[in-house]
Design a protein around this ligand. Structure first.
Ligand code: NAP
Ligand code: ZN
Ligand code: ZN
Length: 347
């Protein structure tokens, strides 16, 4: 394949800049995709700045990828040239372990291969993500995208969508349940949309007073400003389920106090620092604290189909590729409504 334009971070402290990479020539089971849009996940920023201490530079972030198929290998059955296609956080896994067999490739015990900063299973090197003009991946990890939905607004479903849909499904969120969504950013706004569509009573827990009207517009039934003591107190012992999407350090004990007896709080946000958890926060009220990583390929397709059926997409702000560094600064200020999506025509 010809050299492919991309944007990369070369160190943790320098801005992303134009870069060129080589994508492989499609193998028999590969699909080549011209990337049209790529969402900007807060994980991209964590990786570009090596906040989790595992980045291999240069890194090309981006795992909310949508575009059109430009070539297929000889044995590809799922796609043909011209089809819409999507790639999320995963591009390969062992396919043999119990997790893979269950469609939980994200927990592959042989080592899931992530779309960027991942190690290809054949030893051919590091993976590069969606801040680029094209990508090649095995068809088993490529998703079908409906032409009924706005394509750019569909991109964030590939990470923000599945990361919130999966735990809501796993913990059987639905009618009669009181659900709190903590943090109104890319993940949080999808969490609100899904939890509302599943029939739950949904409360937005936010530290940004300016987001109340948007939370209601997105479907939230209530809004709690977490820094307001009285408002926070009013939901003590209230929720059956809290989905924590916060990207920055915060006090888990404080939010566990908002769960009722047997309540569950699930972390999907990954702050750079470990947090102090007091067991008493769990013991009084037999509460549980869990975690969840994106979702497997079958569930990602199920979520995309669910979105097409229920007309659910992300609320996006389109940016050019050269605005990415500015977008990262805005993410850090919780100033995103509610997902940046890069128009790859600008690269
Ligand atoms: P985002 O768009 O930046 O949203 C994060 C939200 O967290 C902000 O909008 C803000 O909401 C809240 N927040 C930020 N700083 C805060 C603070 N100091 N105190 C309290 N709340 C704060 O980020 P995102 O893309 O949704 O990602 C969120 C987190 O999930 C990141 O850590 C990301 O790496 C992680 N993630 C995990 C998975 C997974 O599989 N588990 C997948 C994708 C992303 P308010 O203004 O409403 O308070
Ligand atoms: Zn992500
Ligand atoms: Zn596996």
């Amino acid at each position: 394949m010809p050299a492919t334009k991309a944007y990369a971070a070369h160190t943790a402290t320098t801005p992303l800049e134009p870069w060129t990479l080589d994508r492989r020539t499609p193998k028999p089971h590969d699909v080549a995709i011209e990337i049209l849009y790529c969402g900007v996940c807060h994980s991209d920023l964590h990786f570009a700045r090596n906040e989790w201490g595992m980045t291999v530079f240069p890194v090309v972030p981006g795992h909310e990828i949508v575009g059109r198929v430009t070539a297929v290998g000889d044995h590809v059955k799922k796609f043909k040239v011209g089809d819409l296609a999507g790639i999320g956080c995963l591009v390969d896994s062992c396919r043999e372990c119990d997790n893979c067999k269950e469609g939980l490739e994200q927990y592959c015990s042989g080592g899931a291969v992530f779309s960027y900063n991942g190690y290809e299973r054949d030893g051919s090197g590091i993976t590069y993500g969606g801040y680029s003009k094209a990508i090649v991946a095995n068809e088993d990890f490529v998703l079908h995208i409906s032409d009924k939905l706005d394509l750019a607004a569909t991109a964030p479903l590939l990470c923000a969508g599945i990361t919130t849909y999966s735990p809501l499904r796993h913990w059987k969120v639905g009618k009669g349940m009181k659900v709190g969504i903590l943090g109104l950013g890319g993940l949080g706004h999808m969490g609100v949309k899904f939890a509302v569509s599943m029939g739950a009573e949904v409360t937005m827990l936010s530290h940004s007073p300016s987001k109340e009207a948007d939370a209601k517009r997105l479907g939230a039934h209530k809004f709690i400003l977490t820094s307001n003591e009285e408002q926070a107190k009013s939901v003590t012992g209230y929720f059956d389920f809290i989905l924590d999407t916060v990207s920055a350090p915060h006090d888990y004990n404080f939010y566990l106090g908002m769960l009722r007896t047997n309540g569950v709080m699930v972390c999907v946000g990954v702050p750079p620092e470990p947090a102090a958890l007091h067991p008493i926060s769990l013991i009084f009220g037999r509460k549980s604290l869990g975690g969840s990583l994106i979702g497997g390929i079958p569930e990602t397709q199920e979520m995309l189909d669910y979105c097409a059926e229920h007309n659910i997409v992300s609320d996006i702000e389109m940016i050019r590729m050269d605005q990415i560094n500015e977008a990262y600064e805005r993410l850090l200020k919780s100033d995103v409504k509610y997902r940046f999506v890069i128009d790859m025509a600008s690269l």
